[in-house]
Design a binder for this molecule. Structure first.
Ligand code: NAP
Ligand code: MG
Length: 477
């Protein structure tokens, strides 16, 4: 297992010599001791990324050659899928089948952007006068990617794949809980033949390494996924150097079940919407809004399914609920559960901490009914396996409740009425709306937030454009 910093295609300890521990949250075992980068190491990594960018060894490659190297990295990652997925599960606590999906999605993301390289052209524009005026997309430069622990490799891939495809170079700062798969990705990129400095990984804490990356004058853009509070801090720290920003922040996404929905399908969608990834999913359908006419029926069916959804060993094929990422996160989730009870919500399933084989930071699949929109669990992101159920009486109230949030990341709509489905999808202020499905992602579909869920988009052509500057060139004819 790689545990040093990855800078300029070489492995090195932190300048300070410090290391930090990474723990398996399902077994409480010490997994690794990882080099703890800080401002001095960020300086080295940014210098390597800058030198690679300026030398044009990466951005100056023909677009097809750059794409070919990214395709090669995708193939190498695919060939190491079992190893990568196992590592992800060990550091994050998610079931192995989920980690396998994460790694294959990262392969797909790399291939998607590899394919764009030789197809991402500029355009000519019809200006007044006797000119040829054309628009070029030029790589922004050095990208600082800062990512969370819930989809450590996958979300990093949402940043590094389009950034590298655009010709940028990258310094990735993984979350403290989950640096291992990012480091392994460094090895894969080097093996694929990326030039030194194109991709660098500096594990370390947000307040030191992360903050140094955000304030660094030689970093052109920060692409961040994480909490809204850290996002606010990053906006402030980035202001000093007028950095470009993409911020993918928190969510409290509404999943709306109308009385004309296929109830069985909606219940399954509500279940995976909140319990996939132990609820540590930015787009988790954590607010279930249900038409009062079918609410009791929905809650009853959901609670019955929930009681069978037991925390289990992430390496057991049948496990569908893994360990929460850390003891700290487990404590935070349990505190929200306590607050929900105190504020008068009705606990209908789960509600307690759990262990598997006597160890680990697990939380039971938990459902609260009779939640009022003013309650803490209806407003704040819990980032754990806890669902809040709210009732509504008509479509107008459903939309109003859905939009009654500082967040606007995603939403679900369950209805057989096609007109209603489109109407509600358009009325919801969120970057993604799923109709009669939930938690679908594809490299081709942009993903990101409205309101305090952030701005800018990962994925799709939109993300690729986000790693470029637009230049207008005027030629007098
Ligand atoms: P977090 O505390 O905001 O941390 C995210 C990353 O930022 C980590 O790498 C963290 O480092 C780093 N960081 C912390 N303080 C920093 C600072 N001052 N300057 C620069 N970097 C700093 O989030 P988390 O607890 O890891 O993840 C959970 C949050 O992520 C949730 O709010 C969730 O909604 C959000 N999320 C959003 C999306 C999306 O696409 N919208 C996807 C997944 C998760 P350390 O690990 O050392 O603290
Ligand atoms: Mg954190």
């Amino acid at each position: 297992m790689r545990t040093d910093l990855f800078i300029g295609n070489e492995w090195a300890p932190a300048a300070s010599g410090r290391r930090f521990d990474v723990q398996n949250p399902a077994t409480e075992e010490l997994l690794a001791s990882v080099a703890e980068g800080d401002a001095a190491d960020i300086d080295r990594a940014v210098a390597a990324a800058r030198a690679c960018f300026e030398s044009a060894e990466w951005r100056g490659l023909s677009a097809r050659k750059r794409g070919a190297l990214l395709f090669k990295a995708a193939d190498l990652l695919a060939s190491r899928l079992p190893e990568m997925a196992e590592l992800e599960t060990r550091q994050n606590g998610k079931p192995l089948f989920e980690s396998k999906i994460d790694v294959s999605s990262t392969v797909e993301t790399l291939r998607y952007y590899a394919g764009w390289c030789d197809k991402f052209g500029g355009e000519t524009v019809p200006v007044d006068g006797n000119f040829l005026t054309y628009i070029r997309h030029e790589p922004i430069g050095v990208i600082g990617a800062i990512v969370p622990w819930n989809f450590p490799l996958n979300i990093a891939g949402w940043k590094f794949a389009p950034a590298l495809a655009a010709g940028c170079t990258v310094v990735l700062k993984p979350a403290s809980e989950t640096p291992l798969t990012a480091l392994l990705m460094g090895e894969i990129f080097a093996e694929a033949g990326l030039p030194a400095g194109a991709f660098n990984v500096v594990p370390g804490h947000g307040s030191t390494a992360g903050s140094a990356l955000v304030r660094h004058p030689d970093v052109d853009k920060i692409s961040f996924t994480g909490s809204t509070s850290v996002g606010q801090r990053i906006m402030q720290d980035a202001a000093g150097t007028v950095k470009r920003l993409t911020l993918e922040l928190g969510g409290k996404s509404p999943n709306i079940i109308f009385d004309d929905a296929d109830i069985a399908a909606a219940v399954r969608g509500a279940q995976t919407g909140i319990f996939y990834g132990k609820g540590e999913v930015c787009a988790a359908g954590s607010r279930l809004l249900v038409d009062r006419k079918v609410k009791d029926q929905v809650v009853e069916q959901l609670a019955a399914r929930c009681r069978k959804l037991l925390p289990g060993d992430p390496f057991d094929k049948t496990t569908r609920l893994g360990a929460v990422v850390s003891k700290k996160q487990q404590e935070s989730v349990l505190e929200y559960i306590g607050t929900a009870s105190n504020e008068g919500a009705t606990l209908v399933a789960g509600g307690k901490a759990a262990t598997v084989n006597g160890k680990g930071f697990f939380v039971e699949a938990t459902i609260f009914d009779d939640v009022a929109p003013t309650m803490t669990i209806a407003r704040e992101e819990i980032f754990g396996p806890v669902l809040a159920v709210l009732a509504f009486d008509d479509e107008e109230e459903a939309v109003a409740l859905a939009n009654q949030s500082m967040y606007g990341l995603a939403a679900g709509v369950w209805s057989r009425d096609i007109g209603r489905a489109h109407r509600v999808a358009h009325a919801i202020r969120a970057g993604t709306v799923w109709v009669n499905t939930y938690n679908m992602y594809d490299p081709a579909a942009p993903f990101g937030g409205y309101k305090q869920s952030g701005f800018g988009r990962d994925l799709g052509r939109t993300a690729l454009e986000g790693y470029t500057e637009t230049k207008s060139v005027w030629i007098a004819l």
